[in-house]
Design a protein around this ligand. Structure first.
Ligand code: ADP
Ligand code: ADP
Length: 756
């Protein structure tokens, strides 16, 4: 079927035929901008539009000529993994002037461009909006000057604008994340990890300066991710006497007789550099596709949109409302109304701040409450990066709430064998940055050993349980819930936190560890792709983990620019394999002579990685050759990504607060007794809210045979991956289109209802 046929079916109202879209990057560069440009170009071509690059931001638009060139499918190849912006960015004085914008309008109209996609900060977007408002006036002026025909004014009545926010600062209201922020956090945390090793060797104190201009997001979130001892952010100017307080805190850490030895590191532009993180590539790709759809749907009556992220949904918001809101925050900062600024920045910001304070500042023993409750923490299943951050957070929050915290080694196996010890505040120092599971983790389920486990619970007088792990953790909690009937020891509050690289736990959109594994896979794909740069005409087949869950294969496929990702959830047959061979054969005729195919380990019993490898090798004879890589356990190792550190930390803090609440609620007549469904919960992230869900209620949502949730949100990203790889497919508009108009008085995440 010809591509245009597919389009006819799915894009009847959304055809880009006859339209011209131009894309530019402006202001400061950020990692991920290239992924956004690539997505705009490919989606634009996919819907049948002409797409133009405008180089060097607004300057290129004003100067015209070679700065505005038509883009092709191949011209955006191999840029997904590149930092910065390949098409150049600039600050442009001319565009601030009327003459400048008049020239820019002439350049656009000459090429018939009436759709503009701007990737930049709030300054750039403000400029774009102004240009849009002036458009018809500018054209009239050009007619008057005799630069264009009067007919042009009729042909190009309106300029349609869509914005995407590229900025490492995450300072834009209306989106949860801006393109580049996650990558900047990666750079910062890499440096912190490196500094930590030398700091420990010398008993030194390090002061690190990070970027972010007037916004403390980068500093705050990095502080949270590395467990910094002190953080200074513009939203929270130091109070009087802070120097003394800080020194007091630090002197506890630095061996007294060595004295203070302090070093300062200013990170600077390192933060804007390097390869974009998996998250930024995906975010930018989704935004780019959404931006094109937004342009196609723009009419004279719709405002200019900015494409943004709300939880894991890409949405459109009125651009100027977001810009105004962002400027309001700035005004509050300028007027030193810091509390207001923090409020306007949104609940996520406040929540980060609160969690940071909770964990970094240890109260003296005498000031701690005593609850007389004992809480046990354990890891279950395979290790996942971020588990240790979750344990640290649980231990520290637990202690702050007055509980005695107990660590269980080696999951339920250690539990029934009695490997249980009290764990203190300082025992978990430095745990956020450690990969794997420091407590030790096993797949053993509790059912066979409930009697012995109950005995241990009695011996240690355990009043609540926090289980951190993947699908086995869920099964374990279900078993312990069942065991309540026979053993009162399990009639206590129990909570599980999803932690597995596979991201296959029902009740949550994301699990701790998945982001780290994703980055490991994407990084490896980059290397593998690069290894072919001299060889050419090579197709790589890469097998990823995930059990029956295709999350890693799909999302890594999107982030690495794969040609296909085979997964269990989307059955495939010999015709699909054939189509893919044909696709790759066609691709070898273009300038991109390289293919990348991901295969989830359990995607098909018979079409194994070896089978696909042999099939491709045979069918590709004379056209391309084939190599395979089974990634294996490298996906489970490594230092946790900033997101996994923070996610683990925040979700665990929330869980411990819930545990405390439940303990208080169920403490009657001298003992804890909890036997209701809602005292045995999974805490998961749904959209952008953290929600406690009784594990028994999750049974209906679960495919226990294949150990996956029956519904998985990320499946909607698959068409996107295919479109960007030039497949004929339909794009389910459900990832988009959700129009939200209420930005006014809506701080970043006021809709994040947090159920307790
Ligand atoms: P950012 O987009 O990162 O906030 P700037 O504020 O420096 O960065 O804006 C980038 C460019 O956008 C400026 O150099 C200028 O060309 C254009 N621009 C910004 N504000 C306006 C404005 N009010 N009117 C016209 N153009 C503007
Ligand atoms: P929160 O708002 O949950 O306190 P953040 O401010 O760190 O956390 O991030 C905002 C939202 O952006 C998160 O809720 C999450 O949905 C999304 N997000 C940010 N970084 C990542 C990532 N690396 N992987 C997946 N989702 C992410």
């Amino acid at each position: 079927m010809a591509q245009s046929d597919t389009k006819k079916i799915f894009f009847e109202n959304l055809s880009g035929a006859g339209k011209a879209i131009a894309v530019l990057t402006s202001g400061g560069d950020a990692q991920g901008m290239n992924a956004a440009v690539r997505a705009v170009v490919r989606m634009g071509l996919y819907v049948g539009a002409k797409v133009y690059f405008i180089r060097e931001g607004y300057q290129g638009m004003v100067d015209g000529g070679e700065n505005i060139t038509e883009a092709t499918w191949e011209s955006v190849s191999s840029m997904l993994q590149v930092g910065g912006t390949v098409i150049g960015s600039a600050r442009c004085k001319d565009f601030r002037t009327h003459e400048g914008r008049l020239k820019a309008a002439l350049n656009l109209v000459t090429l018939g461009i009436t759709n503009l996609c701007v990737i930049g900060g709030d300054g750039s977007l403000t400029g774009a909006n102004l240009f849009r408002a002036e458009w018809s006036g500018l054209l009239a002026e050009l007619v008057e000057q005799g630069s264009i025909e009067a007919q042009s004014v009729q042909n190009y009545t309106a300029l349609h604008i869509v914005g995407m926010v590229g900025s490492i600062d995450n300072d834009f209201c209306g989106t949860d994340m801006t393109i580049g922020t996650d990558s900047a956090l990666h750079r910062i945390i890499e440096v912190v990890d490196a500094i930590m090793t030398t700091a420990q060797s010398h008993q030194r104190t390090f002061v690190l300066e990070v970027m972010g201009r007037h916004c403390g997001y980068l500093a705050l979130v990095s502080a949270l991710a590395c467990g910094a001892d002190w953080v200074l952010i513009p939203e929270m100017p130091p109070e009087d006497g802070w120097e003394e307080k800080m020194c007091q805190k630090l002197s506890a850490l630095v061996v007294k007789c060595l004295g203070f030895d302090t070093r300062v590191t200013i990170l600077g532009h390192v933060q804007r550099g390097g390869t974009p993180s998996a998250f930024d590539r995906i975010l930018a790709s989704r935004m780019g596709v959404e931006a094109v759809l937004a342009l196609l749907e723009t009419t004279a009556n719709t405002p200019a949109w900015v494409v943004s992220l709300s939880g894991n949904q890409s949405v459109r918001l009125p651009l100027m409302e977001c810009v105004e809101m962002t400027q309001k925050v700035q005004k509050a900062m300028d007027e030193k109304k810091f509390e207001e600024a923090v409020k306007l920045r949104g609940r996520s910001f406040e929540n980060n701040l609160r969690t940071y304070k909770l964990l970094a500042h240890r109260k003296p023993e005498s000031e701690l409450p005593t609850s007389n409750f004992n809480v046990a923490v354990l890891n279950v299943g395979a290790p996942a990066a971020g588990m240790n951050a979750a344990v640290r957070s649980a231990v520290r929050v637990g202690i702050s709430e007055g509980h005695r915290m107990f660590a269980v080694n080696d999951g339920f196996e250690g539990f029934y064998k009695g490997q249980i010890k009290e764990i203190k505040w300082s025992d978990v120092g430095g745990w956020t940055g450690q990969g794997g599971s420091l407590l030790g983790t096993k797949r053993t389920l509790p059912a066979k050993h409930v009697g012995k486990i109950a005995e241990q619970m009695r011996t240690h007088n355990i009043n609540a349980l926090l289980v951190i792990g993947g699908f086995e953790a869920l099964e374990s909690l279900l078993q312990l819930y069942e065991a309540r009937a026979a053993y009162e020891e399990f009639c206590i509050p129990m909570c599980m936190l999803p932690a597995t690289i596979s991201n296959n736990v029902p009740g949550t959109d994301l699990s701790i560890g998945a982001d780290t594994a994703l980055n490991a896979i994407v990084e490896t794909c980059d290397r593998i792709k690069q290894s072919a740069s001299g060889t050419k005409r090579r197709v790589f087949i890469i097998e990823t983990m995930g059990g029956y869950c295709g999350y890693l294969a799909t999302v890594a496929g999107l982030a690495a620019g794969a040609d296909a990702a085979y997964i269990y959830e989307e059955p495939f047959d010999i015709r699909d394999l054939q189509a893919n061979v044909e696709h790759l054969t066609e691709k070898m005729k273009t300038s991109i002579q390289r293919g990348l195919v991901l295969r989830n380990e359990n995607s098909n019993e018979n079409y194994t990685t070896d089978f696909i490898y042999q099939l491709y090798t045979e069918e590709g004879k004379g056209v391309f050759d084939c190599r395979k890589n089974v990634l294996g356990h490298m996906q489970q190792g490594g230092a946790p990504s900033p997101f996994d550190r923070n996610f683990g930390t925040k979700i665990s803090a929330k869980a411990m607060q819930w545990v405390t609440k439940k303990l208080v609620e169920t403490f009657r007549q001298g003992r804890v007794f909890a036997n209701t469904e809602d005292s045995c919960c999974l805490l998961g992230m749904r959209r952008r809210a953290l929600i406690f869900q009784p594990v028994v209620q999750l049974k209906g949502e679960t495919d226990f045979v294949h150990r996956i949730p029956k519904e998985q949100w990320w499946l909607k990203l698959r068409p996107l991956m295919k479109i960007l790889a030039k497949y004929k497919t339909s794009y389910d508009v459900s990832d988009s289109g959700q129009l939200e108009h209420v930005v006014h008085n809506r701080p970043k995440d006021s809709d994040a209802s947090v159920a307790m």
